[in-house]
Design a protein around this ligand. Structure first.
Ligand SMILES: [Zn+2]
Length: 88
């Protein structure tokens, strides 16, 4: 499973393509790739509030400030790659 942060800039379509090319003739050819986006956690520099980012409105829900930092959500983690016909 690939865990891809919503802000990591990773294009899952390009990733699928890359895997299909790299994986030709290997166990990866039949691999199932699961993408999962971790929640986007933001930190407000203004009122020091931590909150869950909403893509419709990234502002701090407490003070409506726009001065925030991303705590989580940029990471891209390979959770696991499920093998092909041979199982694991
Ligand atoms: Zn705030």
């Amino acid at each position: 499973m690939l865990e891809i942060g919503q802000f990591s800039g990773v294009n899952t379509g390009a990733m699928d393509f890359a895997f299909s090319v790299i994986g030709k003739g290997t166990i990866l050819e039949d691999a199932e790739i699961i993408y999962q986006s971790p929640p986007l956690m933001l930190y407000c520099n203004n009122c020091e509030n931590e909150y869950l980012g909403d893509f419709e409105d990234l502002r701090c829900p407490v003070c409506m400030g726009t001065d925030f930092e991303i705590i989580h959500g940029r990471e891209m983690v390979v959770k696991s790659i499920i093998g092909g016909s041979n199982g694991r």
